[in-house]
Write a protein that binds this ligand. Structure first.
Ligand code: NAD
Length: 266
Protein backbone atom coordinates (compact mmCIF):
# COMPACT_ATOMS: atom_id res chain seq x y z
CA UNK A 1 0.00 0.00 0.00
CA UNK A 2 1.32 3.49 -0.84
CA UNK A 3 2.03 5.87 2.05
CA UNK A 4 -0.46 8.45 0.75
CA UNK A 5 -1.49 9.50 4.28
CA UNK A 6 1.99 10.10 5.68
CA UNK A 7 1.90 12.85 8.32
CA UNK A 8 -1.91 12.74 8.68
CA UNK A 9 -3.78 11.96 11.90
CA UNK A 10 -7.03 9.97 11.76
CA UNK A 11 -9.61 9.48 14.52
CA UNK A 12 -11.71 6.32 14.05
CA UNK A 13 -14.75 5.83 16.31
CA UNK A 14 -16.05 2.34 17.08
CA UNK A 15 -12.59 1.00 16.28
CA UNK A 16 -12.56 -1.92 18.72
CA UNK A 17 -13.87 -4.42 16.13
CA UNK A 18 -15.52 -4.87 12.75
CA UNK A 19 -15.30 -2.11 10.18
CA UNK A 20 -13.78 0.42 12.58
CA UNK A 21 -10.86 -1.90 13.30
CA UNK A 22 -10.37 -2.53 9.57
CA UNK A 23 -10.54 1.22 8.82
CA UNK A 24 -7.96 2.00 11.53
CA UNK A 25 -5.56 -0.65 10.21
CA UNK A 26 -6.01 0.47 6.60
CA UNK A 27 -5.37 4.14 7.41
CA UNK A 28 -2.31 3.18 9.48
CA UNK A 29 -0.90 1.07 6.68
CA UNK A 30 -1.33 4.08 4.36
CA UNK A 31 0.92 6.08 6.72
CA UNK A 32 -1.57 7.86 9.00
CA UNK A 33 -1.18 8.06 12.75
CA UNK A 34 -4.42 6.62 14.06
CA UNK A 35 -6.41 7.34 17.24
CA UNK A 36 -8.76 4.44 17.94
CA UNK A 37 -11.85 5.25 20.00
CA UNK A 38 -14.63 3.21 21.54
CA UNK A 39 -16.23 2.48 24.92
CA UNK A 40 -13.86 -0.24 26.15
CA UNK A 41 -10.12 0.34 26.42
CA UNK A 42 -8.99 -3.29 26.35
CA UNK A 43 -9.98 -4.22 22.76
CA UNK A 44 -8.69 -0.82 21.58
CA UNK A 45 -5.29 -1.53 23.16
CA UNK A 46 -5.21 -4.79 21.17
CA UNK A 47 -5.95 -2.91 17.91
CA UNK A 48 -3.26 -0.32 18.74
CA UNK A 49 -0.73 -3.07 19.50
CA UNK A 50 -1.52 -4.79 16.21
CA UNK A 51 -1.02 -1.51 14.31
CA UNK A 52 2.29 -0.91 16.13
CA UNK A 53 3.45 -4.45 15.28
CA UNK A 54 2.95 -3.57 11.58
CA UNK A 55 5.15 -0.47 12.00
CA UNK A 56 2.29 2.02 12.45
CA UNK A 57 1.45 4.48 15.21
CA UNK A 58 -1.81 4.29 17.14
CA UNK A 59 -3.20 5.93 20.27
CA UNK A 60 -6.24 4.94 22.31
CA UNK A 61 -9.06 7.09 23.68
CA UNK A 62 -12.20 5.94 25.46
CA UNK A 63 -15.38 7.33 23.92
CA UNK A 64 -19.11 6.85 24.36
CA UNK A 65 -20.76 8.67 21.47
CA UNK A 66 -24.11 8.83 23.31
CA UNK A 67 -22.49 11.13 25.90
CA UNK A 68 -21.55 14.62 24.62
CA UNK A 69 -19.10 15.15 27.50
CA UNK A 70 -17.34 11.90 26.65
CA UNK A 71 -17.06 13.08 23.03
CA UNK A 72 -15.37 16.30 24.21
CA UNK A 73 -12.84 14.50 26.41
CA UNK A 74 -12.08 11.89 23.74
CA UNK A 75 -11.37 14.57 21.13
CA UNK A 76 -9.20 16.53 23.60
CA UNK A 77 -7.37 13.27 24.42
CA UNK A 78 -6.83 12.51 20.74
CA UNK A 79 -5.45 15.98 20.02
CA UNK A 80 -3.26 15.87 23.14
CA UNK A 81 -1.69 12.57 22.09
CA UNK A 82 -1.53 12.91 18.31
CA UNK A 83 -1.32 16.73 17.93
CA UNK A 84 -4.42 17.24 15.74
CA UNK A 85 -7.11 15.42 13.75
CA UNK A 86 -6.98 15.58 9.94
CA UNK A 87 -9.37 12.70 9.20
CA UNK A 88 -12.47 11.57 11.10
CA UNK A 89 -14.03 8.17 10.40
CA UNK A 90 -17.38 8.56 12.15
CA UNK A 91 -18.07 4.85 12.36
CA UNK A 92 -19.52 3.87 15.79
CA UNK A 93 -22.96 2.38 15.30
CA UNK A 94 -25.38 -0.35 16.26
CA UNK A 95 -28.83 -1.76 15.58
CA UNK A 96 -31.63 -3.32 17.59
CA UNK A 97 -33.39 -6.01 15.57
CA UNK A 98 -37.11 -5.65 16.31
CA UNK A 99 -40.27 -5.26 14.27
CA UNK A 100 -41.84 -1.79 14.48
CA UNK A 101 -44.63 -3.01 16.77
CA UNK A 102 -42.02 -4.17 19.32
CA UNK A 103 -39.61 -1.19 19.25
CA UNK A 104 -39.48 0.44 22.71
CA UNK A 105 -38.64 4.08 23.40
CA UNK A 106 -35.36 2.79 24.88
CA UNK A 107 -34.51 0.90 21.66
CA UNK A 108 -35.35 3.99 19.62
CA UNK A 109 -33.22 6.28 21.78
CA UNK A 110 -30.29 3.85 21.76
CA UNK A 111 -30.15 3.49 17.98
CA UNK A 112 -30.84 7.17 17.21
CA UNK A 113 -28.63 8.28 20.11
CA UNK A 114 -25.68 6.25 18.80
CA UNK A 115 -26.00 6.29 15.01
CA UNK A 116 -27.36 9.80 14.47
CA UNK A 117 -27.08 11.99 17.56
CA UNK A 118 -23.70 10.47 18.41
CA UNK A 119 -22.35 10.82 14.88
CA UNK A 120 -23.65 14.41 14.69
CA UNK A 121 -21.91 15.59 17.86
CA UNK A 122 -18.65 13.77 17.09
CA UNK A 123 -18.57 15.45 13.66
CA UNK A 124 -19.65 18.80 15.15
CA UNK A 125 -16.75 18.82 17.63
CA UNK A 126 -14.12 17.46 15.24
CA UNK A 127 -15.46 19.84 12.57
CA UNK A 128 -14.87 22.80 14.92
CA UNK A 129 -11.23 21.70 15.36
CA UNK A 130 -10.79 21.20 11.60
CA UNK A 131 -12.42 24.58 10.87
CA UNK A 132 -9.81 26.32 13.01
CA UNK A 133 -7.08 24.62 10.97
CA UNK A 134 -8.86 25.10 7.61
CA UNK A 135 -8.44 21.51 6.54
CA UNK A 136 -10.06 18.12 7.09
CA UNK A 137 -11.82 15.02 5.84
CA UNK A 138 -14.91 13.59 7.52
CA UNK A 139 -16.20 10.17 6.53
CA UNK A 140 -19.58 9.27 8.00
CA UNK A 141 -20.85 5.70 7.95
CA UNK A 142 -24.12 5.33 6.09
CA UNK A 143 -25.42 1.99 4.74
CA UNK A 144 -27.12 0.24 1.85
CA UNK A 145 -30.11 0.56 4.23
CA UNK A 146 -30.12 4.34 3.74
CA UNK A 147 -31.91 3.63 0.45
CA UNK A 148 -33.73 0.35 1.12
CA UNK A 149 -35.74 -1.08 4.01
CA UNK A 150 -35.98 -4.50 5.60
CA UNK A 151 -38.28 -5.77 8.35
CA UNK A 152 -36.83 -5.53 11.85
CA UNK A 153 -34.37 -2.67 11.31
CA UNK A 154 -36.65 0.33 10.78
CA UNK A 155 -34.92 2.70 13.18
CA UNK A 156 -31.48 1.71 11.90
CA UNK A 157 -32.59 2.43 8.30
CA UNK A 158 -33.97 5.81 9.37
CA UNK A 159 -30.69 6.79 11.01
CA UNK A 160 -28.66 5.84 7.95
CA UNK A 161 -30.85 7.88 5.59
CA UNK A 162 -30.42 10.78 7.98
CA UNK A 163 -26.63 10.30 7.91
CA UNK A 164 -26.64 10.94 4.17
CA UNK A 165 -28.52 14.22 4.67
CA UNK A 166 -26.28 15.13 7.62
CA UNK A 167 -23.29 14.55 5.32
CA UNK A 168 -24.60 16.98 2.70
CA UNK A 169 -25.53 19.59 5.32
CA UNK A 170 -22.08 19.47 6.95
CA UNK A 171 -20.38 19.52 3.55
CA UNK A 172 -22.23 22.71 2.65
CA UNK A 173 -21.52 24.52 5.93
CA UNK A 174 -17.85 23.53 6.01
CA UNK A 175 -16.94 23.79 2.30
CA UNK A 176 -15.38 27.23 2.90
CA UNK A 177 -13.26 25.74 5.67
CA UNK A 178 -11.76 23.24 3.21
CA UNK A 179 -13.37 20.30 5.01
CA UNK A 180 -14.70 17.56 2.73
CA UNK A 181 -17.55 15.57 4.26
CA UNK A 182 -18.65 12.37 2.55
CA UNK A 183 -20.38 9.15 3.57
CA UNK A 184 -19.47 5.56 2.90
CA UNK A 185 -22.45 3.23 2.51
CA UNK A 186 -21.42 -0.42 2.71
CA UNK A 187 -23.61 -3.39 1.86
CA UNK A 188 -23.98 -6.24 4.35
CA UNK A 189 -20.47 -6.87 5.59
CA UNK A 190 -19.16 -9.87 7.48
CA UNK A 191 -19.02 -8.28 10.98
CA UNK A 192 -20.58 -8.78 14.42
CA UNK A 193 -23.54 -6.48 13.65
CA UNK A 194 -24.75 -9.01 11.03
CA UNK A 195 -23.66 -12.30 12.59
CA UNK A 196 -27.00 -13.33 14.08
CA UNK A 197 -29.28 -12.24 11.22
CA UNK A 198 -27.37 -13.88 8.38
CA UNK A 199 -27.32 -17.18 10.27
CA UNK A 200 -31.15 -17.13 10.29
CA UNK A 201 -33.33 -18.52 7.45
CA UNK A 202 -34.48 -14.96 6.54
CA UNK A 203 -30.84 -13.82 6.37
CA UNK A 204 -29.82 -16.83 4.28
CA UNK A 205 -32.65 -16.08 1.87
CA UNK A 206 -31.51 -12.49 1.35
CA UNK A 207 -27.88 -13.58 1.00
CA UNK A 208 -28.97 -15.98 -1.74
CA UNK A 209 -30.13 -12.96 -3.76
CA UNK A 210 -26.78 -11.13 -3.58
CA UNK A 211 -24.90 -11.44 -6.88
CA UNK A 212 -21.92 -12.95 -5.03
CA UNK A 213 -24.21 -14.94 -2.68
CA UNK A 214 -22.00 -13.89 0.22
CA UNK A 215 -21.51 -11.11 2.74
CA UNK A 216 -19.07 -8.37 1.74
CA UNK A 217 -15.59 -8.53 3.30
CA UNK A 218 -14.42 -5.50 5.33
CA UNK A 219 -11.33 -4.97 3.14
CA UNK A 220 -13.57 -4.38 0.09
CA UNK A 221 -14.10 -0.86 1.48
CA UNK A 222 -10.39 -0.01 1.69
CA UNK A 223 -9.96 1.74 -1.66
CA UNK A 224 -13.00 4.00 -1.23
CA UNK A 225 -12.00 4.76 2.35
CA UNK A 226 -8.53 5.83 1.16
CA UNK A 227 -10.02 7.93 -1.64
CA UNK A 228 -12.25 9.76 0.85
CA UNK A 229 -9.45 10.17 3.41
CA UNK A 230 -6.80 11.43 0.99
CA UNK A 231 -6.14 14.40 -1.29
CA UNK A 232 -7.71 12.35 -4.11
CA UNK A 233 -11.12 13.53 -2.81
CA UNK A 234 -10.19 17.23 -2.35
CA UNK A 235 -12.90 18.22 -4.86
CA UNK A 236 -15.55 15.74 -3.74
CA UNK A 237 -17.90 16.64 -0.91
CA UNK A 238 -21.42 16.00 0.37
CA UNK A 239 -21.81 12.64 -1.36
CA UNK A 240 -22.73 9.18 -0.15
CA UNK A 241 -20.76 6.39 -1.83
CA UNK A 242 -22.43 2.99 -1.85
CA UNK A 243 -19.85 0.20 -2.00
CA UNK A 244 -21.75 -3.07 -1.74
CA UNK A 245 -20.46 -5.71 -4.19
CA UNK A 246 -23.72 -5.11 -6.11
CA UNK A 247 -25.81 -6.48 -3.23
CA UNK A 248 -28.54 -3.85 -3.69
CA UNK A 249 -28.99 -4.87 -7.32
CA UNK A 250 -29.76 -8.43 -6.36
CA UNK A 251 -31.45 -8.11 -2.99
CA UNK A 252 -33.57 -5.01 -3.56
CA UNK A 253 -33.68 -3.56 -7.07
CA UNK A 254 -33.92 -6.92 -8.84
CA UNK A 255 -36.83 -7.99 -6.62
CA UNK A 256 -38.59 -4.65 -7.04
CA UNK A 257 -38.29 -4.53 -10.82
CA UNK A 258 -39.49 -8.13 -11.30
CA UNK A 259 -43.10 -8.04 -12.57
CA UNK A 260 -45.69 -9.39 -10.14
CA UNK A 261 -46.83 -12.96 -11.07
CA UNK A 262 -50.24 -11.87 -12.47
CA UNK A 263 -48.70 -9.36 -14.83
CA UNK A 264 -46.09 -11.86 -15.91
CA UNK A 265 -48.77 -14.27 -17.09
CA UNK A 266 -50.44 -11.70 -19.42
P1 NAD B 1 -19.74 -3.71 14.98
O1 NAD B 1 -20.89 -4.01 15.87
O2 NAD B 1 -18.81 -4.83 14.62
O3 NAD B 1 -18.85 -2.52 15.58
C1 NAD B 1 -19.45 -1.34 16.05
C2 NAD B 1 -18.44 -0.51 16.81
O4 NAD B 1 -19.11 0.65 17.31
C3 NAD B 1 -17.85 -1.24 18.00
O5 NAD B 1 -16.50 -0.86 18.15
C4 NAD B 1 -18.67 -0.70 19.17
O6 NAD B 1 -17.99 -0.76 20.40
C5 NAD B 1 -18.83 0.74 18.70
N1 NAD B 1 -19.90 1.44 19.42
C6 NAD B 1 -21.20 1.10 19.55
N2 NAD B 1 -21.83 1.98 20.36
C7 NAD B 1 -20.90 2.91 20.73
C8 NAD B 1 -20.92 4.06 21.55
N3 NAD B 1 -22.02 4.45 22.20
N4 NAD B 1 -19.78 4.78 21.68
C9 NAD B 1 -18.65 4.39 21.07
N5 NAD B 1 -18.55 3.30 20.30
C10 NAD B 1 -19.66 2.57 20.13
O7 NAD B 1 -20.37 -3.06 13.67
P2 NAD B 1 -19.73 -2.79 12.24
O8 NAD B 1 -20.35 -3.72 11.29
O9 NAD B 1 -18.27 -2.71 12.31
O10 NAD B 1 -20.35 -1.36 11.94
C11 NAD B 1 -19.59 -0.16 11.96
C12 NAD B 1 -20.38 0.93 11.26
O11 NAD B 1 -20.62 0.55 9.91
C13 NAD B 1 -21.75 1.21 11.88
O12 NAD B 1 -22.03 2.58 11.82
C14 NAD B 1 -22.68 0.44 10.98
O13 NAD B 1 -23.98 0.96 10.99
C15 NAD B 1 -22.00 0.66 9.64
N6 NAD B 1 -22.38 -0.33 8.64
C16 NAD B 1 -22.11 -1.65 8.84
C17 NAD B 1 -22.51 -2.54 7.87
C18 NAD B 1 -22.27 -4.01 8.01
O14 NAD B 1 -22.85 -4.77 7.23
N7 NAD B 1 -21.46 -4.47 8.93
C19 NAD B 1 -23.14 -2.12 6.70
C20 NAD B 1 -23.40 -0.76 6.54
C21 NAD B 1 -23.00 0.14 7.52
Amino acid sequence: MTQQLNGKVALVTGASQGLGKQFAETLASAGATVVVASRRREPLEAVATEIASQGGTAYVVELDVTDVESIGSAIDGAIEQAGRIDILVNNAGLTVNRLIRDVTPEDFDLVVGTNLRGAFFVAQQVGAHMSERGDGKIINLSSILADFVMPGVSVYCMTKTAISQMTSAMALEWARKNIQVNALAPGFVDTEINAEFFDSPAGQQIMGRFPGQALQQPESLDSTLLFLASAASDHTTGRTFRVDDGQALGAFQGARSRPPPDEARK
